[in-house]
Design a protein around this ligand. Structure first.
Ligand code: BGP
Length: 481
């Protein structure tokens, strides 16, 4: 398929998160993160967050794909595909094992020195997320995660150490991965992984929502302070926010559905609104007030938010969202999940994720209009079961189809709609542990890793058909799809 050529400096590559591929969960002084107490789930059964590491449970992130010891081999394969950029996160617990120490763990810092050097050896630009679902478990247990103002200081200390150490090796940063996931405050798993909050049994949804607005506010302040510190350390840094963007469609043209879609979007866009504009949007401010949530927001915080706005908007795109006012009217919207309806026009992945390539073009246009900032697609992809043939090959046409159709829409947004896009980093260029289910067999990679849900396999890496396809896409700068 013929695509449009992207600008010369366009960053083609891939994206991962430390806890989903590194393994080595307790090596070289690393502490326990929230990801280390997440068990295996499936498409039907949610992952559990256990109280510490318990015997007899399967914790897939502990060994993952052992990238910690395979990174040289893996980066070499990324280089072979022609990657210009590689997004990963720094595991907070490698640097501050408990999160509240004053001095960092040198061994942890050394690992990322080696990793970033390896990237640069091949001309690959590292793109780094500071917090990607791996908050130290000690902070979760002892401080209540981001419901506690003290956690701001812990995060900022961690951010400063990373900025300082890697100031000449990393230019592109993001503070919190998918910070807007918290809008699903009724989802205990997402709240634990995103904000480090463990809800106590019996808490009402209202209490959960109040806790979410508090935690989100402290994360905004932590992010803004980090941005300010980063700029002092290296004025050339590009520091972005990162949201899980999903354009919202009304199920029908009724006014209720359309207004509900608007409200839904405002409640989610709130997170990037604050990080880009440095202030709370009117709708959410009114909503918080009307519900009497009263988060602790000081005058000083408001100044910090204004001073620490981001340089670009990073986002993941997997699917669009369709809403219906059948169960919930626009003015009653609080739990977002209540509004979600199935879109009858879209096909779904094996995990029920709706496939909507045009939604990506819509997202790029929407975010451009709303923020007037450069955008960066830092996740996109299809989780699928792969079949390995007798000769070791994997014919993943379905993955190629998904990516091709999404890239085609992305290219239209750049070439026809004037969107300023920094790059495209599809999720999981190498198979890794799924964040949502803990499965290995929910695969996104161009590179197959021989390990299954039961943890069996020799971890050998091999190229899928999509590997050769993506290599061609990058070599032609997007023209040959
Ligand atoms: C995003 C996360 C990633 C990643 C991806 C795919 O929400 O930022 O960490 O895992 O989704 O989700 P899953 O792994 O559940 O398929």
């Amino acid at each position: 398929m013929q695509g449009y050529k992207m600008p010369n400096e366009f960053l083609w590559g891939g994206a991962v998160a430390a806890h989903q591929l590194e393994g080595a969960w307790n090596e070289d002084g690393k502490g326990m993160s929230v990801a280390d107490v997440m068990t295996v789930g499936s498409a039907e059964k949610p992952r559990e967050i256990t109280d510490g590491v318990l015997p007899g449970k399967n914790y897939p992130n502990h060994s993952a794909i052992d990238f910690y010891h395979h990174y040289k081999e893996d980066i070499k394969l990324f280089a072979e595909m022609g990657f210009k950029a590689f997004r990963t996160s720094i595991a907070w617990t490698r640097i501050f094992p408990n999160g509240d120490e004053l001095e960092p763990n040198e061994k942890g810092l050394e690992f990322y020195d080696k990793l970033f050097d390896e990237c640069h050896k091949y001309g690959i630009e590292p793109v780094v997320t500071l917090s990607h679902f791996e908050i130290p478990f000690h902070i979760v247990k002892e401080y209540g995660g981001f419901t506690n103002r003290k956690t701001i200081d812990f995060f900022v200390r961690f951010a400063k150490v990373c900025f300082d150490r890697y100031k000449d090796k990393v230019k592109y940063w993001m503070t919190f991965n998918e910070i807007d996931n918290q809008s699903s405050f009724d989802n205990d798993f997402l709240m634990a992984t995103n904000s480090g909050i463990l809800f106590t049994p019996g808490m009402t949804d209202r209490e959960k929502e109040a806790a979410m607005y508090q935690a989100a506010h402290y994360e905004f302040v932590a992010s803004a302070l980090a941005v300010k510190e980063g700029r002092k350390i290296n004025p050339n840094f590009q520091i972005g926010c990162m949201i899980n963007y999903s354009p919202v469609r009304p199920l029908t043209p009724s006014s209720d559905d359309v207004l509900l879609a608007d409200k839904f979007e405002q409640r989610r866009d709130f997170f990037s609104d604050v990080q880009v504009n440095g202030e709370y949007p009117k709708e959410v401010e009114a909503y918080i007030e009307r519900n009497g949530f009263r988060p602790d927001i000081t005058e000083e915080d408001k100044i910090v938010l204004k001073e620490g706005t981001v340089d670009y908007v990073g986002f993941s795109y997997y699917q669009s969202t369709t809403v219906s006012s059948e169960k919930v009217k626009p003015d009653e919207l609080s739990e977002l999940s209540e509004a979600i309806a199935k879109n009858p026009t879209l096909e779904r992945s094996a995990w029920g994720w709706e496939i909507d390539p045009e939604g990506l073009r819509i997202s790029l246009n929407h975010l451009t209009d709303r923020y007037h900032k450069p955008l960066f697609i830092v996740e996109n992809g299809l989780g699928a079961y792969d079949k390995v043939e007798d000769d070791g090959s994997v014919h993943d046409e379905y993955r190629i189809d998904y990516l091709r159709s999404h890239i085609a829409q992305m290219e239209k947004a750049v070439a026809l709609d004037g969107v300023d896009l920094m790059g495209y980093l599809p999720w999981g260029p190498i198979d890794l542990v799924s964040a949502g289910t803990g499965q290995m067999d929910k695969r996104y990679g161009f590179i197959y890793v021989n390990k299954n849900d039961a943890g069996e396999g020799d971890l050998s890496r091999s190229k899928k058909d999509s590997f050769y396809w993506y290599k061609k896409v990058i070599a032609s700068n997007g023209e040959d799809l």
